[in-house]
Design a protein around this ligand. Structure first.
Ligand code: ATP
Length: 300
């Protein structure tokens, strides 16, 4: 995994911000996760061990290799309890995505450590680590294949019944059965084009199939229509239930449902609490809540 992480890190250095903007890194990791499922079938015990899903950042400091003078994370302490859902919020460049990137071991911290159930990520076997963490990227990949196979990518070998169960939990079943050939409809390139909200629900169904104890969710910034918005919200709730979940949150509905909101600014955690607590404090969060969430306070 160090080799893969190193290669991916090198790639993202070459392509820089452009690649980041395109979400290519997340796509690559989603694919690598799938690959892992194919090649590493012997880790049932390890998965069981990881099921608790406690995630800790212990005084983590990190600089991107391309920008050694600026700390993307600066002595970050973050402890997420098994099953807890935390929403990461903050202005652009605050360090939210960096948390998600380090949790996937694209990079290792310069100082401090990141642990999963008390074990340093650097000490975990690649297959254990990959099994423990699932990612729902901001812009999910839809393969040129049937809708059914697109979901099954989450767990190759899953039965049709399992695929359908995951799709129902992800609030995708109704739109899938309404497609010309239902679950067998060819989607993606030269097939039926799915809306942003539909793609997200496919990615959520995949992650439900993967059934990892830790879920990383990079919420889409693009606005969805109200119906799709509600469906995606339902799907996210199904996915994050009983799972440790870290969400880079862009929606008010999401932060309100989170157990805890963590506010980042310039690589540091500057506040945490519930939505009401943080609005009451009237600091950075209160300003963000007014300006940043795509489903804004005005909608209330
Ligand atoms: P946004 O909401 O805009 O996605 P963010 O809170 O997720 O912002 P990060 O992407 O974690 O912020 O960025 C933290 C800091 O690290 C920023 O200063 C950003 O410019 C910098 N940064 C992010 N990715 C890289 C990279 N690949 N190389 C160099 N610097 C980077």
């Amino acid at each position: 995994s160090v080799m893969v992480a190193g290669a991916v890190a090198a790639l993202s250095e070459i392509w820089g911000e452009l690649q980041r903007a395109a979400g290519a890194t997340e796509r690559l990791v989603e694919l690598l996760n799938v690959e892992d499922n194919v090649r590493d079938p012997e880790t049932a015990q390890a998965l069981h061990d990881a099921e608790k899903g406690a995630v800790s950042f212990e005084s983590v400091t990190f600089h991107y290799p391309a920008r050694p003078s600026q700390a993307a994370l600066d002595h970050v302490n973050l402890h997420v309890k098994p099953g807890e859902t935390v929403a990461l919020v903050g202005p652009s460049g605050a360090g939210k995505s960096t948390i998600i990137q380090l949790l996937q071991r694209f990079y290792d911290p310069d100082a401090g450590r990141i642990t999963l159930n008390g074990t340093d990520l650097r000490d975990m076997a690649r297959h254990d680590f990959r099994r423990a963490i699932a990612l729902v990227p901001q812009e999910p990949v839809i393969f040129a294949a049937s809708a059914r196979d697109n979901i099954r990518f989450g767990l190759p070998g899953a039965s049709d019944a399992d695929v359908e169960q995951a799709a129902r939990a992800a609030a995708a079943h109704d739109f899938l059965t309404a497609l010309p050939d239902g679950y067998d409809t060819y989607v993606g390139e030269r097939g039926v084009m799915l809306s942003g909200g539909q793609k997200q629900r496919i990615a959520i169904a995949r992650a439900i199939l993967r059934d990892a104890p830790v879920l990383l969710l990079d919420e889409a910034t693009s606005a969805l229509d109200a119906e799709s918005e509600r469906a995606v919200q339902t799907a996210v709730e199904a996915l994050s239930a009983n799972r440790t979940t870290l969400i880079v949150a862009h929606r008010l509905a999401t932060v309100k449902k989170a157990d805890r909101i963590i506010v980042f600014d310039q690589g540091r955690i500057v506040a945490e609490g519930s939505h009401d607590e943080l609005v009451g404090e009237g600091g950075l969060y209160a300003r963000l809540a007014r300006l940043q969430f795509t489903d804004g306070l005005a909608a209330e």
